[in-house]
Design a protein around this ligand. Structure first.
Ligand code: AMP
Ligand code: MG
Length: 297
């Protein structure tokens, strides 16, 4: 069974995250075979991105969500390592600014949608407005509960405009999260990643789980699917995401466009220019350089 099928969240399902093992590694026993396959998918991704860019008709939006230390940054670093920066953008969504808060919740999101030919990764997203906002009661239920419909409609609008959307929930266990927090404490190079809120948010694990369950089941659609990615093992997470991203692009049947110009006419111009250049070279030759010039031809 392919990852796309195995980890897809059925729309409107009765989703229980506790039924999904965050340490699942499928048929893979260790990271070696998985890493080789991940490299293969990253290489595929590179070729497919070239086609997406050349076609310039459609785009790809990758949404990453997960609790603190779930691996959103690491996913971007690994999975996108082979892509051409010219066609990729990462949009980070932090706590809204006062100006952002003075608008509707999609106001800051919409300008970040990928342009045709581009890939955009959302590192956190509009989903924060039904996750952290719901858990911390930043707005009343009457406000956040309407947002699932608004999100589905918004994503439908993007889909209709050629944006292929895929959404990944990086699923980790509380034990793995604590270990990652420890690693951040022990490694001076990673101290900067520690945030005051890490431990207070951790205490709200159950509320976050409920909020994620609703967000995933209410907004997973065929056009904008959610995938639950077992993320306790970073190497497996990278394999699953790189394969789903590459497969998604593959399924888009991207085509390098046929040239709009008359190639034969351009070829004739090229040959004429080439002959002209040769004649120029002969005229400008200084004694002694002639032999070199002839040889180089
Ligand atoms: P980080 O991604 O670790 O740099 O943290 C960004 C923080 O911004 C997280 O704690 C998010 O929950 C928070 N955040 C992002 N979007 C929103 C939002 N719409 N409302 C409130 N907090 C948010
Ligand atoms: Mg954080």
């Amino acid at each position: 069974m392919g990852f796309k099928h195995k980890y897809f969240v059925e729309p409107d399902s009765k989703l229980k995250l506790s039924r999904f093992n965050p340490a699942d590694t499928g048929k893979y026993k260790d990271h070696e075979v998985a890493a080789a396959e991940t490299r293969h998918h990253i290489a595929r991704l590179q070729k497919l991105q070239y086609k997406l860019y050349a076609e310039a008709q459609r785009s790809l939006l990758i949404v990453l969500q997960g609790l603190d230390a779930a691996g959103k940054d690491g996913t971007i670093r690994h999975v996108m390592s082979g892509t051409n920066p010219q066609g990729v953008k990462v949009a980070d969504f932090k706590e809204p600014t006062p100006i952002e808060l003075a608008h509707d919740f999609l106001w800051r999101i919409h300008p970040n949608e990928p342009a045709k030919g581009q890939i955009t990764i959302f590192n956190r997203s509009h989903y924060e407005d039904v996750l952290v906002v719901r858990v911390h009661k930043l707005v009343p239920k009457s406000v956040w509960s309407k947002r699932y419909d608004r999100i589905r409609q918004f994503e439908e609008l993007l889909s209709e405009n050629g944006v292929k959307i895929i959404k990944f929930f990086l699923h980790i266990s509380p034990e793995e999260q604590l270990q990652r927090f420890a690693a951040r404490l022990d490694d001076p190079d990673r101290n900067w990643k520690i945030s005051e809120s890490d431990y207070t948010e951790r205490e709200l694990w159950e509320s976050y789980t409920e909020a994620f369950q609703d967000a995933l089941r209410l907004t997973s659609t065929k056009e904008a699917p959610w995938y639950i990615v077992p993320s306790d093992r970073k190497w497996f997470r990278n394999l699953v995401i790189s394969k789903i991203v590459a497969d998604t692009l593959d399924d888009m049947n991207l085509k390098i466009p046929a040239p709009k110009i008359d190639l034969e006419a351009i070829r004739r111009k090229y040959h004429a220019a080439k002959i002209e250049q040769k004649q120029d070279e002969k005229q400008h030759v200084v004694p002694g350089e002639l032999e070199e010039g002839v040889k180089a031809d």
